[in-house]
Design a protein around this ligand. Structure first.
Ligand code: SAM
Length: 270
């Protein structure tokens, strides 16, 4: 099922989102749709972990969805352990939704901009799963709060989000080079946990660290671009700025690694 949100639902953000950045994010992911799964290594590993976490969960009859599903890495990882669940895959990037392999459930998707909240059909959800998507929304905390409010009693939130302690080395290199840090402003893990705890009983909360030893600045930025994750509210660096960033990037020998901080949450609505 493919549908574009036209009017706000009762669960939507009270103020309309600035569409421009959301559109830029969508265009970047769209341009990389065919290459996404080949480059999305961390996302694949996290999807696998989340899928495993879903195995023992008692999940009721309400709607179930993968929010910001892209090509369905998470929905498929969950289906491996729980083929009974059949998640609806929501995303605002048609190209990614359509690139999903047939086992993702080709027809079971909805084109939807999550900046508008959740569609009414997900009211009383029994499972809301999301991996590496919340950080792209305009107001991650507000949206998380709304996701929690959409869950039925006994419903589960299964979430992974890269957080603000990621990429310190990139920030420092940008500062030394005197160029803007063009990474996405990632949400603070503590703030998201606080929001989740307002409505949910947190069963598992982990801050995972993933590090990359080798990439130099340009190679790393190319990796982000290869999966369509390069959109930045600060725009892109000029070639001269990129050269400066490269020159101030930690050297290969004795370098501190480039780190992702990923918040993993498993929580239940009491
Ligand atoms: C890094 S990808 C993660 C995709 C998938 N969850 C995974 O783990 O592979 C981020 C996803 O969030 C989606 N996304 C970003 N902004 C969105 C929005 N406003 N509404 C819906 N989806 C959005 C992108 O289209 C993309 O599919």
């Amino acid at each position: 099922m493919v549908e574009t949100p036209r009017a706000k639902t009762s669960t939507a953000d009270p103020s309309p989102p600035p569409a421009a950045f959301s559109e830029r994010v969508r265009a970047c992911f769209s341009g990389a749709a065919l290459d996404y799964e080949g480059g999305a290594r961390i996302q694949r590993a996290i999807a696998w972990r989340l899928g495993h976490l879903c195995r023992p969960l008692a999940i009721g009859v309400g709607p179930r969805a993968d929010l910001g599903a892209g090509t369905g890495l998470l929905a498929r990882a969950i289906a491996l352990h729980r083929p009974d669940l059949n998640l609806l895959r929501l995303d605002n990037c048609q190209a990614l939704l359509e690139t999903a392999p047939p086992e993702a459930g080709a027809s079971n998707h909805l084109l939807w901009d999550l900046n508008w909240g959740l569609p009414a059909q997900l009211g009383g959800a029994s499972l809301l799963a999301s991996s590496f998507a919340l950080q792209w929304l305009e107001h991650p905390q507000l949206q998380l709060d709304q996701w929690a409010s959409q869950l039925a009693r006994g419903g589960w939130l299964v979430l992974a989000v890269p957080c603000s302690a990621s990429f310190q080395q990139w920030r420092q290199a940008a500062e030394r080079a005197g160029v803007p840090y063009t990474g996405l402003a990632l949400p603070a893990a503590s703030g998201l946990v606080e929001v989740a705890e307002r409505q949910l009983q947190v069963v598992r909360c982990q801050r995972l660290r993933f590090s990359r030893r080798r990439p130099q600045a340009l190679a790393f930025l190319r990796e982000l671009k290869a999966i369509g994750a390069q959109a930045s509210p600060k725009g892109q660096l000029s070639p001269a700025e990129l050269r400066r960033l490269q020159a101030h990037w930690p050297p290969r020998v004795g370098e501190c690694p480039l780190e992702w901080e990923v918040l993993l949450l498993l929580a239940r609505k009491p």
